[in-house]
Structure formats: structure tokens, C-alpha cells
Design a protein around this ligand. Structure first.
Ligand code: MG
Ligand code: MG
Length: 629
């Protein structure tokens, strides 16, 4: 099955778009009339330019307000069509998209429209062209693919076929399974787009809020399964209108689009067996079994502070690397790697971002499959020179400049801790009851959030939770959790809109997006809090007002409130369970640790507490007078 993308989906001028679309690996484009008109090249030159990029022109669009017009408007519409057809021949575009009319004088009637299309098909066929008819969700008389199909069926011309667009069908809540009744060879073209569920005018929703399959809430997979079941073998093409994307990078958008489309077609191949369309086989979504390690790049005073903090959190220095300035710190099932090497990726990362999480290791079932799926979905493989005695652990570049390593138990990679680290005998500490990594919070600018969540949900078996807004006193932060089904990996993606928010400040301090906090899990928050206090852990102090309010909100017993207050523990609950949290003070660049206890299946991340946590952190940051790097 050929993959395509409408030029309107990508930002930039036509030449930038083509370069990005070709680099992302698409087979072809839908050329938008506007992109074509804005370019200085002749139709023939533009056609050659597209083909020089190794791309095919799959479709020319749009041709509007054609069917159902009374004379003399009807004759004029046919004249317009002839003019476009001549241009398409010059350009080398084989098919035109005609979208259902919104013309105020357009008249209804399936047979009238069918007759118009039969005649248009005849004119197109004389030039070797095809005509596809698409029902716009807001079309004047035709706004349902079932009616468009009936018109195409009655037009009864080999050059006239149906164009389906997932947005128009799904936005109007039309059952996509109705597509299964249409013969696949009469479907000429398929456009795909997702969108977030928002109640608004269909036209406005479509023109401004579409996004890549998997980025929104529409069941694009069910739509495409139905299409594939008809025997359709034509192109699958993205048509995305999105205000935010218009300002994005052409390369990033095209890469995200190709990633989304590849993942979607792979889902279709798995869920709809026996389809005629040829789809490349790639390993399925990767199940994450756990976080194997978190690696920090750090040096100097920040490294000292980090090790002191880890010690106060009950971690022990368990190993030293056989040849590098790298240490392993552990507690429970948590491994923290501190990298102070003078060269290599960690040092490069440190130069750009300062102290921070440069790398993380994920436990998976099969590393080779993981890398194959990641690369098929456009992730960049990562490698650096392997020293003597070191294991070559496969990795990819994550989003936002970090690296993700993969470790499985079948290929000897999980031996890395015994092979590359020698024990240092620092085994005295009793620990503070931290058991595992509960979640990793990543911060990015709001425009990058969809791209990040798509990265995780397309490669891994991870699902998005509903987005929540976190109120920072200086602006809004959008928070989106992405998690593996059993919580083996939980990420919170925090999109900052303003640089005055704490997340926004962190972004500018760390010169780009990265991990802003790591939350460790404990089974007993009070026991852990006592151990932390004994270890000298510098907790983030919470104001008395917070606890007064907590009592009013949840009606908790006074002594429990007092205990929480004594240890600066925050509290939340949902329908199923309770959540306890405490925070470290922020490091210079804004990074911090969190300790959490989930009871009885609490699913969230304490979002209602975020404004108070942020205010408390801001008080400390402003006292310290954070130096700007
Ligand atoms: Mg469309
Ligand atoms: Mg958190």
C-alpha cells in the first residue's frame, strides 16, 4: 500500500515540504492547489521537482462546489474543471479530489449529482485522468460517505470513484463499518486524519484541529480496517489541517506523520487479517517490563549534591564502572547510574543541558524486535564506541535529546551490571523503603507534546491518559500521562506554554526538553518519610494552609493530617484509592525527586497538588536566586 501525505499537512514552502516528505519515507503527495499556485515554477517544473524527490503525485486537490449547480453556473463549473484537468496533465497528477458542494445555489438530488459526475468522468477520461468524490462533513446536500458512494455508483463511469476521509466519517459519528459494503475497486483514494474530541462546528474543527492518526480520539484504526476489508489497495494518505502544526518544523511533522501512518497500517494488518493490501511486517508494539536504569550526566558540585541527595534518599553506592567515571547507585529495584566521564554522550549532553537524565534503560522482551520496530517508526539508532570489557547495548535516540537503551534477559544484556561494574562494598545503608521507579516526568514545550506522546504510544504498548491542566501561578502547563498497561513504565509529559511557569523555566535552564523529575515508589510513605528525615533528606516544605485545606476537602482524621504535615506529605485520592507524595527541593536547574505511595489502585499523579508544589518550589528557587547558565 502506497503512503501519501497532503502538502497542506506540512509547514514551509513547497520545496521545504517536498524535502521533508521525501526524507520521512512517503511514496507520494496530494498536491494542494494553494501550494502549487504559490510556487514560481511552471506546472511541468513543479511536477518534475516532485518526481526528482522520488515522490509521486497521487492526487490534485481540492476542486470545490461542482455538483448540483443550475445553469449557467453548471457550465462554468465544467469550464473550471477543464482548466484544472489541463493543468493536472502538465503537472502529472492522475486524479482530482472533488469535495461535496457547499455552494448556496447547489441543488440536491442523487441522480442530478450522478449525472454531473458521469459527464465529468467522461471529460477526465479523455485526458487519462480520474475523478474522486469526497463527502465533506459539512457539505450542503452530501455530507455522508454513503450518499457520496450512491452518487458514484449511479454515475457509473470507470473514471469516477469514491474518496473516503476518516475525519468526515468519524467526526459525524457515522459507523465506519458501513464502508465494508463498498466495493474496494470503486474507492479511489483514502485520506486519514485523527482529531481530539471537542464539541465544535465541524468545519472549524476540521480546518484547525486535525492531527496524526493516534494523536487524537477518533477510531481511525476501525475506519482503516473497514477500508482494508473492502479489498482497497490504493494509497493511504494523511490530510492534516492543524494550526499548531503550521508553525512546526517540516521535517518533524513529516516524520511524525510517517510514524503515525506506519503504526496505524501495522495495527490494521494485525487486527484485520486476510486483507488484500500489501503492508510491511514489523514487530508489534513493544511491551515494557520495567525501567532497568536511569542515567544522569553530572559533574562537580552538582554531582556532589546529587550523590548526597541519593544517599539521603537511602540509596547505596553499589558499583563502580570497570574503566570509567561512572557509578551505580541502587535501592530496591531502582538503579541510578551517575556518569561523570569526560567524553562520550553523557558529557555532550551535560555540555548542552547541564546536570540531568541523559539516558534510560528499559527492560523489554526482545531487544532486536524493539530496535526493529523503533527504526521502522523513524527513530534514530544510537551507538557510541564500546570500551574493552563493555557490552554493546542497543539504543535509540529518544525525543528531546536523550537516549533510550534496551535490555532483555535472553541476550545476555542484563548481565551488564556484573560485567561492567565492580562492587564497592558500600552495602551498609538500610534504605528508605523505595522499591521502584513510579514515574518519570518529562518537560517539553506545548507544541511538542503530541510528537512525544506519539513516539511512546506508537513504539511501545503504552496508552495516553486524559490530558489535565496544571495551574502554575505564572501560566498553564498541560500534563499528559502515557503509561504501560501494568504501570511498568509511567511517564508524565508536561507541556509548558509560558517560560514563566516552573516547567517553562526548566526548559530554558536546561536548554531544551528533558526529564524534570523522577518519582520513586514506596509501600509505606510514613516509614519512608521517617527514614528520609533520619538520613537528612531536604524535603520540600509545604505551608500550613495546604493542610488546613486538605482537612476541609477530604475530611481526613486530624492525627493523619498532623503526620502528613510533620513530614510535608501531600495527599490526593480518586475513585479507587489514595496517593501520598513528598518532594525534594529543586536542584539548580529545576530538577527534583519525588516519593510516592499509591494505595488501592490510585491511577493519577496528584495533579490537584501541582499548584501548591509549584508555589513551594518557586519560593525556594527565588530565595536561592538561581544562576542562569
Ligand atoms: Mg479530505
Ligand atoms: Mg510527579
Amino acid at each position: 500500500m502506497k503512503t501519501g501525505i497532503a502538502t497542506v499537512s506540512v509547514s514551509g514552502n513547497l520545496r521545504e515540504k517536498l524535502e521533508a516528505i521525501a526524507a520521512a519515507g512517503f511514496d507520494g503527495i496530494e498536491i494542494f492547489e494553494q501550494d502549487f499556485i504559490a510556487d514560481a515554477g511552471s506546472p511541468r517544473e513543479i511536477g518534475d521537482l516532485v518526481r526528482d524527490h522520488g515522490l509521486e503525485i497521487l492526487l490534485f486537490q481540492p476542486f470545490r462546489d461542482f455538483e448540483g449547480l443550475p445553469e449557467p453556473l453548471r457550465a462554468r463549473a465544467f469550464d473550471r474543471a477543464r482548466h484544472k484537468f489541463d493543468l493536472m496533465v502538465e503537472l502529472g497528477a492522475p486524479m482530482v479530489l472533488v469535495c461535496s458542494s457547499v455552494h448556496p445555489e447547489a441543488q440536491g438530488g442523487i441522480d442530478r449529482a450522478a449525472e454531473d459526475f458521469r459527464q465529468l468522468g467522461q471529460i477526465a477520461a479523455e485526458r487519462g485522468l480520474k475523478v474522486g468524490f469526497e463527502a465533506l462533513a459539512w457539505g450542503r446536500h452530501v455530507n455522508d460517505h454513503r450518499d457520496a458512494w450512491e452518487i458514484v455508483r449511479r454515475a457509473d463511469h470507470t473514471a469516477v470513484g469514491l474518496i473516503l476521509d476518516s475525519f468526515h466519517t468519524l467526526a459525524r459519528k457515522i459507523d465506519p463499518d458501513t464502508i465494508r459494503r463498498i466495493p474496494g475497486d470503486r474507492i479511489f483514494f483514502v485520506q486519514l486524519a485523527d482529531a481530539p474530541l471537542i464539541e465544535m462546528d465541524l468545519l472549524y474543527w476540521s480546518r484547525h484541529f486535525r492531527n496524526m492518526p493516534g494523536e487524537g480520539d477518533l477510531d481511525v484504526t476501525a475506519f482503516m480496517r473497514a477500508v482494508a476489508a473492502t479489498g482497497y489497495g490504493g494509497p493511504a494518505s494523511l490530510e492534516i489541517f492543524n494550526d499548531q502544526f503550521r508553525g512546526g518544523s517540516p521535517k518533524g511533522l513529516a516524520r511524525d506523520g510517517h510514524r503515525a501512518l506506519t503504526a496505524l497500517l501495522d495495527d490494521v494488518r494485525r487486527q484485520e487479517p486476510g486483507i488484500a493490501a500489501e503492508l510491511p511486517g514489523i514487530p508489534g508494539r513493544i511491551a515494557i517490563e520495567g525501567v532497568e536504569f536511569i542515567e544522569f550526566a553530572a559533574d562537580g558540585e552538582e554531582l556532589d549534591l546529587l550523590t548526597a541527595t541519593l544517599r539521603s534518599l537511602g540509596f547505596i553506592r553499589a558499583g563502580a564502572h570497570i574503566s570509567k567515571a561512572v557509578e551505580l547507585w541502587t535501592q530496591g529495584d531502582i538503579r541510578i547510574v551517575l556518569n561523570a566521564e569526560n567524553e562520550g554522550f553523557a558529557r555532550t549532553f551535560w555540555h548542552v543541558h547541564g546536570m540531568g537524565v541523559c539516558d534510560r534503560g528499559l527492560r523489554v522482551g526482545d531487544v532486536a524486535d524493539t530496535v526493529r520496530r523503533s527504526v521502522a517508526l523513524g527513530a534514530d539508532p544510537f551507538s557510541q564506541p564500546v570500551g574493552p570489557g563493555e557490552l554493546d547495548i542497543p539504543a535509540i535516540r529518544g525525543v528531546g535529546g536523550g537516549v533510550i537503551h534496551f535490555i532483555d534477559s535472553t541476550s545476555g544484556l542484563s548481565d551488564v551490571w556484573d560485567v561492567e561494574f565492580r562492587p564497592v562494598g558500600d552495602m551498609a545503608a538500610a534504605g528508605a523503603g523505595l522499591t521502584r521507579i513510579d514515574h518519570i516526568a518529562e518537560t517539553m514545550s506545548y507544541d511538542e507534546m503530541l510528537s512525544w506522546s506519539l513516539f511512546y504510544t506508537s513504539i511501545f504498548e503504552m496508552k495516553k491518559a486524559p490530558m489535565v491542566d496544571v495551574i502554575d501561578p505564572d501560566g498553564l502547563v498541560h500534563s499528559q500521562a502515557v503509561q504501560a498497561p501494568d504501570g511498568a513504565l509511567r511517564l508524565t509529559l508536561n507541556g509548558a506554554e509560558s517560560h514563566r511557569t516552573l516547567a517553562g523555566q526548566f526548559l530554558s535552564e536546561s536548554f531544551g526538553s528533558t526529564v524534570q523529575h523522577i518519582a520513586f515508589a514506596t509501600d509505606d510513605i510514613f516509614r519512608t518519610a521517617e527514614a528520609l528525615q533520619r538520613g537528612g533528606f531536604a524535603v520540600l516544605p509545604m505551608p500550613k494552609n495546604y493542610y488546613d485545606d486538605l482537612r476541609a476537602r477530604f475530611g481526613l482524621p486530624r492525627d493523619q493530617i498532623e503526620r502528613m504535615r510533620r513530614f510535608d506529605i501531600l495527599y490526593d485520592e480518586d475513585a479507587s484509592g489514595r496517593y501520598f507524595q513528598l518532594y525534594s527541593r529543586p536542584f539548580t536547574g529545576g530538577f527534583f525527586f519525588e516519593v510516592v505511595a499509591r494505595e488501592d489502585g490510585y491511577q493519577g499523579y496528584g495533579a490537584p497538588n501541582a499548584p501548591f508544589r509549584i508555589a513551594a518550589q518557586k519560593r525556594i528557587v527565588s530565595q536561592k536566586g538561581v544562576p542562569r547558565r
